[in-house]
Structure formats: structure tokens, C-alpha cells
Design a binder for this molecule. Sequence first.
Ligand SMILES: *Cc1c(COP(=O)(O)O)cnc(C)c1O
Length: 537
Amino acid sequence: MLSPFVFFFEPGNWLMKEKVAPFLISCYNEALREPSQKGRVIMQIYYKSTRGHEENVTASQAILKGLSKDGGLFVPTKIPKLDINMETLSQMSYQETAYEVMKRFFTDFTEEELKDCINKAYDEKFDTDAIAPLKEADGVYYLELFHGATIAFKDMALSILPHLMTTAARKNGTEKEIVILTATSGDTGKAALAGFADVPGTRIIVFYPKHGVSPIQEKQMVTQKGENTCVIGITGNFDDAQTGVKKIFNNQELVQELEEKGFQFSSANSINIGRLVPQIVYYVYAYATLYRQGKIKEGQEINVVVPTGNFGNILAAYYAKNMGLPIHKFICASNENKVLYDFFRTGTYDRNREFILTSSPSMDILISSNLERLLYLLAGEDSGKCAELMKELAEKGSYTITEEMKEKLGDFYGNYCSEGETKEAISAVYYGSGYVLDPHTAVAGGVYQKYLKETGDDSVTVIASTASPYKFTRSVVDAISDRYQGIDDLQLSKVLEELSKVPVPKAVKELMDAPVLHDRVIAADEMEETVKTVLGI
Ligand SMILES: *Cc1c(COP(=O)(O)O)cnc(C)c1O
């Protein structure tokens, strides 16, 4: 039977032009929208690969998959607007803010599902109700992202990712066991282990560079409890571990074999969109906190400084700006592995250089995976261009962006700190205000001082404070004084307690006498075989 619409679809028909077409368009738009519980209207957001071969993926599917089949990263087809009044936002708890941000990205989750994930993640695992408190010291605001289970900022996203993932599996009718493969430069590993330990329906295998993490970071990982956890050292650096994991993900034969055996890979690395979105929350929360405290007026632009490695944290801030949060500059701070500083300066990304081990190991990275999401935006969402650059990176270890793309980098400022400058930054802030920075945050602090000197831009500034100084006691205490050099690393905590007047966190106290449960060390080219062995296939 012919549709009754056929009559109206005649071109030039008055009814079609004046009444039916607008009506159909509004129906179509309505169909894309979903009313929220509070009567607000929310756009459905879908995800696609930065390299173009996967489209129309729902949020829950993107979270489950981690990485796209074509090796690209999932990006929202549209960055939703944060259309809430600042007065309202500033009265919200961290959890409420998290819901407002996440529901705009994860539109296929129900209100109940999302709130359940949020409440399971941001609970008493954090040692403060604020979850991400702002501390003023030395004229800037430190956004402390280290109050979770493993005292580093990875907890902000990795406390919620396991819940998002198991909810996503349920929504998509997946019966398979989720296998999390993670490469870590120190902090992701422990935070992922803590998040996934004993979560039903999941297994987690973590690879870390055996000689590239701090003693406390290593102790945290190798003492991890949980039947479903496995921690393995690699005789290589972080990039070797990360490349190995990506290779396993891209090995379609292996993926197929695993599927037949009832397993499905996913990633807890910061390439997972389920990690990126929860990180947007604390920038919104920080801004709203500054507003509530009367430190800024509505709409006033702030600067954010982010100690950067894989480019996930700073990208989250950039997404926050794209949602409408007033941010002026994104100050990207690197350590001596200054690939990003060179990139912002020259437009050429070149990983062909010596890999340097520094006192900020979580930033010892030469391939910043999340930069791909920025490139995609800079290229005007041209996935072909993005795929081409990534191919060059894989083949030559470098690429150069076009002039047009480079022009769009104006929101970013990049710089770096040497090891000496990092130490000086710790000591300067300590002797200036009594506040103790960990080496990662100190890199950010040092770079911010360079920015101030160069530009004189004294906008209100938030520095993402990514780790507790208790995670890197040796470097921190040595930067403050050379009196403590003979003292054992774990004992140094007591020294730091006296210096900082901040009590030793529970996570550190528990470490002192925890037994080692994981001691396997392999070469990077044995990763695939090892995964098979661990899974018993
Ligand atoms: C992971 C990490 C960083 C770098 O964050 P990216 O999102 O990878 O740029 C900085 N500091 C600490 C303490 C970290 O754990």
C-alpha cells in the first residue's frame, strides 16, 4: 500500500513546503531527543572512530570496545553543551555534577544506571566529601585529584569505569567475560586494579615497565589482591608496554579466538571514552567551586595547567571548554620527555628521541595517545586526515600537521620542566607556602611560572594536582632538604608527615606490610603468549 505521505511529497506542493516538511523535521528532531526525568531535553550522542571506519556506536558500546576496530579512538559526533545555570551548578555536590556532565555524553544510560555507577564510584573510597577539593597556595588553586584509593588522579576515572563497563555489558546483552588489558606508566595500573578487583564478570591484566615506576607504585601493584587480577613486569619502557597492548587489541585472529572461548577484550587506558568523560567533571566542579567561593564571576575565563603524559587529562579540560566552560588557556606541562612542547611549538610530532626516565614517571611517555582526539578536532573532524597522520606516526614515528590545523592550536600553551626545575618548583612552593607538591604537579607548577613570566597573564589559574606527594616521597623529600638521604623509602612517609602537616594517607600505611602477590617479569614480545597463558587458552 502507498503511504499517505506520498501525496504530500510532491515537490512544490504548498502543504508539503509550509506545513508537512517543518512538521516532519520537528518529528525527526524530536526522535533524536529524549526527555530527561527533570523535563530537560537531551540530544542523543553517538560515537565514531577518529579514523573513520566505525560510526553510530552508542556510548555503552564505545565503553565496552575501548578502542575502535580500525585502531582509532571513539569520539562523540557532537560535544554536548553544559546548559545549566552556574548558580545551580555551584550548589551541586561532586556526584550531582558528575551526573549532569555524564548524562550529556552517555545518553543511552538511564538515569538510574548512571546514578548507580556514580554513587558506587565516588563514595568513602575517597577521603574527602568534596572528592576533588581545591587548595589555594602561592596564588593559584590546586585541584587535588588524589583523594581516591590509590592517591593519584587516575582514581577519578577508574573508580567509575568498571561500573560503566559492567552496566554497558548488561545493556548490550554481553555474556562474555570482560578482559581488561592495561599498559601502565605507574598510576593507571594500580587504579585500574583497585577499580576492577573482584568485580564479577571481569578480569584484569596489567603490564608495567619493570624499571620505570617508583618503588611505591610497584609495591602498590604487586600487592594487589583479587582473584581476577594479574600484574606483569616488562623489561622495556612504557611505550613498549602500550604498543604491545595495542598490538594485542589489533590482532583480529586472537580477538576471534578469545571470543570463541567466551572472553572480550576491553581497555582501561585513557583511550577509553569511559575514562575521558568522568575527567571532564572535575573541571566543571572546580569552576563551580571557584564561583561559589566568590573567586570568579559567572563567565569569567580561567586558565588550567595540566601535567601531561597521554594527553587524557588536558583533553578532558578541552572538552569541558567545548561544552561551554569558560577556559582561556590550556597550559600543557611536560617533563624532559617534551614531545608535546615541541609539537605545540613546531607543528611536528616526533617520537624519535631518547626516552628519559624522570621523577614524574607517569608522564614519561613519547606517544600521547589521546592527542589523536585533538587532531581529529583540529582537522575539522576529518577522519581521513587523522588516519593519515596516525599512519605516519606508526610508520615513521613522526608527522606534521597542516598550517590550518596549527592555527587552531591557539588555546594551548606548551612548555616543560627539567629535573632540576621540577625539584626547584617543589622547594619554592614548600618554602613559600608550606604546601607540598608531588613531582608531576611540580612540573605543572614550574611550567606555569614560565607561562606567567612570558605572558604576564594573571587570570585565575587552576593547576591539576595529579598525585599525592606520599606516592613519591623520595623525590619530594629530597627536593625539600638533603638531610634525609639515608632513610628507607617507606619510612620517609613519617618525615613527609612532619614537613607537610598532612597525615599519611591510609593507602600508604597499608602498603608497609602487604605481601607481594605478583612477581612475573617478561620481555615485551612475550605479552601475547602471556595473555593466553593467563586466560588458560
Ligand atoms: C597519568 C598521570 C599524568 C598524566 O595524565 P595524562 O592524562 O596521561 O596526560 C600526570 N600525573 C600523574 C600523577 C598521572 O598519574
